[in-house]
Design a protein around this ligand. Structure first.
Ligand code: PLP
Ligand SMILES: N[C@@H](CCOP(=O)(O)O)C(=O)O
Length: 548
């Protein structure tokens, strides 16, 4: 570590559930529980502010130092001593291929468009930033809890996750071979890319279990939530989450917004007052929620731009105030304003060229709803307001379950629109953007830039935002995955380009991957949740018996 000053906070941050059922929990509690017992998501009681001198004292910090500074605003030193936290962070980012961990590069200096590359971790997706950290965090807590214990007395974590492709492999790489942890990853059969499927199923460590579910990502996510809500399962197993329902996932992602900011303001034509927008390809709302926390902590982000694919529930919410799984035309929101003609797609999730974002209901949106409610329905003491916010979230989610949607009143939407804008990008526009960027970055001295389809959605949304913002505005678009993971969209966009050969974008780690032996358990529609439950119970028992 270099001379940069690090913050050292000892005050304890407490956590609560978005549905009001749990209060006063510690960081360790919420990381190991994943989901609150009332079905809600954990959030910190307060969003911490940055130290007054952060702009100077954090400037020049490495990624690891920034992570430490940020995490220690949320984790007290009594819970994780400073040296241990620094070691966990160091270990987590030692697996990355880029020295800056998440470099920010300039894609178009005239239009001030930058790309925050988040795919330099072991599985070539942004999830590694959080899941390398979470894997080491689980290990740290378990080693501490199991000290001196043997056999069945040792605490054993049963990690359950749902993936549309990237979380699965990042979680597996973060947890493979770890002691006292079994990991079960459910993915929608046939709906993840071939490389993503190979990345997951070729990991043969005894503690890794891939479960291919006949259904959609939302079905997998529902199974995860149902298992967490199952009292029997909770009696016999200590369940833990790797999806972004786990608070540590969001926390770890805050770092790169700061890293990108500091990387940008190094440039002489940027001042600390330059308007900076972050544009985020969005599905489960985890990545952009980390940006929201960064903004609320005090990072000067002018706006966060949500970029969805054709599964556009979030985009429709920001236009209409309705969070509806299906078509909302003609409806009015609670406050009496009409939708603006945004077209919803037909029922259910749509398969697109950006499969990792094929999500109908975004789990982390619940966390934002809590903060919106807290801001809007703000009377009484902080505790009374927290209770009110929890009740409001519960009521909205009840409507979502009962009627497949709910509307918020005008004030809530106004507050949401203060921090966020949204864009919806079609498959056609995604392909066109990959092609356009490939051509506009081509030069005799540089290789053309190849975007993956999710990152292309971010750039397509960025280009629209550039059109409506003053010319000095800088846009940082998050590049969430390596293009080699999504050959279908990349091929479609670039197969006609003379110089393009897909082999040239293939990292050596992917060569031959698809031919390796695999292990996967299939679950049919008729097996359903009960089938998954049986698999989890049987496989954990087998692991424990074989090991001891
Ligand atoms: C490549 C890629 N881009 C974007 C997203 C969307 O991120 P989030 O779900 O955090 O909104 C995902 C998956 O979640 C992803 O795997
Ligand atoms: N796109 C994700 C879906 C799961 O989202 P998460 O961020 O909540 O884990 C994936 O790749 O699996």
């Amino acid at each position: 570590m270099n001379h940069v000053r690090m913050s050292s906070h000892t005050s304890s941050q407490r956590y609560l559930s978005t549905r009001g059922g749990s209060y006063g929990l510690s960081f360790e509690d919420v990381v190991l529980k994943g989901l609150a017992s009332d079905g809600g998501l954990f959030i910190p009681e307060e969003i911490p502010s940055l130290p007054q001198d952060w702009q100077t004292s954090w400037k020049g910090a490495s990624f690891e130092e920034l992570a430490y500074n940020i995490f220690s605003l949320y984790i007290s030193q009594e819970e994780i001593p400073a040296e241990d936290l620094k070691n966990i962070i160091k270990e987590s980012y030692s697996t990355f291929r880029a020295p800056e961990i998440t470099p920010t590069i300039t894609l178009d200096s005239k239009r001030n468009i930058h790309l925050l590359e988040l795919f330099h971790g072991p599985t070539f997706a942004f999830k590694d930033v959080a899941l390398q950290f979470l894997g080491n965090l689980f290990e740290f807590f378990l080693v501490r809890r199991n000290k001196g214990l043997e056999g069945r007395k040792r605490e054993h974590l049963t990690v359950i996750g749902a993936t549309s492709g990237d979380t699965g492999s990042a979680a597996i790489y973060g947890l493979r071979g770890k002691k006292d942890v079994s990991v079960f990853i459910m993915f929608p059969q046939g709906k993840v890319s071939p490389v993503q499927e190979a990345q997951m199923t070729t990991v043969l460590d005894a503690n890794v279990h891939n479960v291919a579910v006949e259904g959609t990502f939302d079905d997998c996510q529902d199974f995860v939530k149902a298992l967490f809500a199952d009292p029997e399962m909770n009696k016999t197993h200590k369940l833990a989450a790797v999806n972004s329902i786990n608070w540590a996932r969001i926390l770890a992602q805050i770092t790169y917004y700061f890293a990108s900011y500091f990387s940008l303001i190094k440039s002489p034509n940027l001042s600390p007052d330059t308007a900076i927008r972050f544009v985020v390809p969005t599905g489960n709302f985890g990545d952009i929620l980390a940006g929201y926390f960064a903004k609320r902590m005090g990072l000067p982000i002018e706006k966060l731009v949500i970029a969805t694919n054709e599964n556009d529930i979030l985009h429709r919410f920001w236009r209409t105030g309705h969070y509806e799984k299906n078509e909302v035309h003609g409806k009015e929101a609670e406050g009496g304003f009409k939708d603006d003609g945004v077209k919803a797609h037909a029922e259910g999730v749509k398969e697109t060229l950006s499969p990792a974002m094929d999500i109908l209901v975004s789990s982390n949106f619940e966390r934002l709803l809590w903060f919106l409610a807290y801001q809007v329905y703000g009377e009484g003491s902080a505790d009374e307001r927290r209770k009110k916010a929890g009740n409001k979230v519960k009521a909205w989610l009840y409507e979502l379950r009962r009627k497949d949607g709910f509307g918020v009143d005008r004030w809530v939407l106004d507050v949401a629109q203060r921090d966020f804008e949204s864009e919806r990008v079609s498959d056609e526009q995604t392909v066109k953007t990959i092609k356009d960027v490939y051509n506009w970055t081509s030069s005799p001295t540089h290789k053309s830039y190849v975007l993956d389809p999710h990152s292309a959605i971010g750039i397509a949304a960025t280009l629209r935002s550039v059109e409506r913002t003053p010319s000095g505005t800088h846009h940082v678009s998050l590049s969430t995955a390596h293009p080699a993971k999504f050959s279908k969209a990349v091929d479609l966009a670039l197969k006609e380009e003379k110089e393009f050969n897909f082999k040239n974008v293939l990292p050596k780690e992917f060569v031959g991957l698809e031919g390796l032996p695999r292990r996967v358990i299939n679950v049919s529609k008729s097996d359903g949740l009960e089938g998954v439950r049986k698999i989890v119970i049987a496989e954990v028992e087998k692991e424990l018996t074989e090991k001891r």
